[in-house]
Design a protein around this ligand. Structure first.
Ligand code: NAD
Length: 482
């Protein structure tokens, strides 16, 4: 068994001061595959001190030099791709093909921000046309400082890439706390930092849970910027912590996203997108489109197709290439989803399929379920379930679909499936969501942005805005006579 008793601080493997360990579980075999030592606040102190020491040297490197390091991270991830895919799949339970997609996304993200680091050099000192005569103004962008990064377990190596790559590109140094549920793939980042000879202190990793390491990191006065992805409850605590010292904060939180299907939609495409929208990664996606709003005339056909597609899912060993549905990440997550299934039963909601699909005898599996005509007052309709559960309603027209779609405390994502592209565009324009996909799968290319409106968060990751999240802007104005 792999025992992860070490943090990575100042380019050295450091024994934790604490002795408490957490089990790292293979959610398919339900076996312990590693132990992770829960860090101590003093470990966080050491990591923050190392990041602060490294800050001046790192920020003074050119973007070109920083970009070369970030490209090297991408290369090392690529070189370890097969083993990391397997590790991620075992630790998280996602099918191998999905873990491979994660790796591809992470690598693309590092490559994109390597380019952004280089582009930053070219933008420094750009003249700003203010319309004022007699004055010349220039714009510079400086790193915010030491960044504290905290990620969840559902997309290992991806959520961290979305933070680490832009932070390093901007010139920030980093203290990273990965999820205690999936520490194994993230540990590779420390190995890579050593391999590529990243300057000491630029990247530090402290293992542990929220109570010890998470809170110590968010409360630490030596951290200038907090970037958090996770649940709303914790996100609010992180924001409260950031308020002390008026520190910069980015939040990527939950969702309860809609998928709208109009009467002219291609029903086969609609079924495909609806299934992927709520069952990919066993539904453990912040952007899961778990509320279907389908035009009444297409509803029976779409439901029949969906039930047939679900019946064809293969639940099994995530490392078996035939598997299309993995287990949920752990027992706690399965129990959380099962509570929602019990709530559905108590509310008189009945799944559309006669019987759930067959599941292996072990593993934290939940069979996908579709509930039709769910009242908008139901907890299932309103709350993020984070499992393969779809709630559906029929609508009479686009206005009703938009009203229901936007009636949520969240605003992360949405999908529109419509025959007429102009109609899809018009619908997309009326949705309060950070990302809307029209007639296509959920994609998040690094050059775009990612983030939510309303309760889904603050700020955008990816794209230029993802870099700006780690930068401060400085304007310098002087007399043009100088
Ligand atoms: P979580 O909020 O329980 O934990 C997320 C991270 O925060 C973990 O690393 C955890 O150890 C840490 N943490 C817990 N308590 C903390 C505290 N008091 N202070 C500081 N850190 C603390 O979330 P989870 O269960 O790991 O992930 C699921 C949630 O993440 C879902 O709600 C999902 O919607 C959200 N999510 C959002 C996005 C997005 O981009 N919007 C992406 C992925 C996941």
């Amino acid at each position: 068994m792999n025992k992860l008793t070490r943090h990575f601080i100042d380019n050295a493997w450091v024994a934790s001061r604490a002795t408490r360990c957490l089990d790292v579980i293979d959610p398919y075999r339900e076996t312990r595959i590693a132990e992770v030592t829960v860090g101590d606040p003093a470990d966080v102190d050491d990591a923050v001190a190392a990041a602060r020491r490294a800050l001046t040297g790192w920020r003074e490197l050119s973007g070109k030099r920083r970009g070369a390091f970030i490209d090297a991270i991408a290369e090392e991830l690529e070189a370890r791709r097969t083993s990391l895919v397997e590790l991620s799949s075992r630790n998280n339970g996602k099918p191998r093909a999905e873990a491979d997609q994660d790796l591809a996304d992470a690598i693309a993200c590092y490559r994109y921000y390597a380019g952004q680091a280089r582009a930053l050099d070219a933008r420094q000192g750009e003249t700003v046309d203010t319309g004022e005569t007699g004055l010349v103004s220039r714009r510079y962008q400086d790193p915010v400082g030491v960044a504290g990064l905290i990620t969840p377990w559902n997309f290992p190596l991806v959520s961290s890439a979305w933070k680490l790559a832009p932070a390093l590109a901007a010139g920030c140094t980093v203290v990273f706390k990965p999820s205690e549920v999936t520490p194994l793939p993230e540990q590779a980042l420390a190995e890579i930092a050593l391999e590529i000879e990243l300057p000491p202190g630029v990247f530090n990793l402290v293992h542990g849970d929220g109570g010890n390491v998470g809170e110590a990191l968010t409360a630490h006065p030596g951290v200038d910027k907090l970037s958090f992805t996770g649940s709303n409850a914790v996100g609010e605590a992180v924001m409260a912590a950031a308020a002390r010292g008026t520190r910069n904060v980015s939040l990527e939180l939950g969702g309860k996203s809609p998928i709208l299907v109009t009467e002219d939609a291609d029903p086969a495409l609609a079924a495909e997108l609806v299934l992927a929208g709520f069952a990919y990664n066993a539904g453990q996606m912040c952007s899961a489109t778990s509320r279907l709003l389908v035009h009444a005339s297409l509803a029976d056909d779409l439901h029949a197709r969906l039930d047939a597609a679900i019946a064809e899912l293969v639940a099994g060993d995530p490392l078996d290439d035939a598997t299309t549905l993995g287990p949920l990440v752990n027992a706690a997550q399965r129990e959380r989803v099962e509570k929602y299934l019990a709530t559905a039963e108590a509310e008189g909601l009945v799944p559309t399929a006669r019987a759930p699909i067959a599941l292996p005898e072990h593993g934290h599996f939940v069979a996908p379920r579709v509930y039709r005509d769910v009242p908008v007052t139901s907890r299932l309709w309103r709350e993020e379930i984070f499992g393969p559960v779809l709630c559906t309603r029929t609508v009479q027209d686009d206005d009703e679909a938009v009203t229901l779609a936007n009636d949520s405390i969240f605003g992360l994502a949405a999908t529109v499936v419509a025959g007429d592209p102009a109609r899809a565009d018009a619908l997309a324009g009326r949705l309060t969501a950070g990302n809307v996909w029209c007639n296509t799968h959920q994609v998040a290319p690094p050059g775009l942005g990612w983030g939510g409106m309303k309760g889904s968060g603050i700020g955008r990751e990816l794209g230029r805005s993802g870099l700006d999240a780690y930068l401060e802007t400085r304007y310098v104005t002087r007399s043009s006579a100088d």
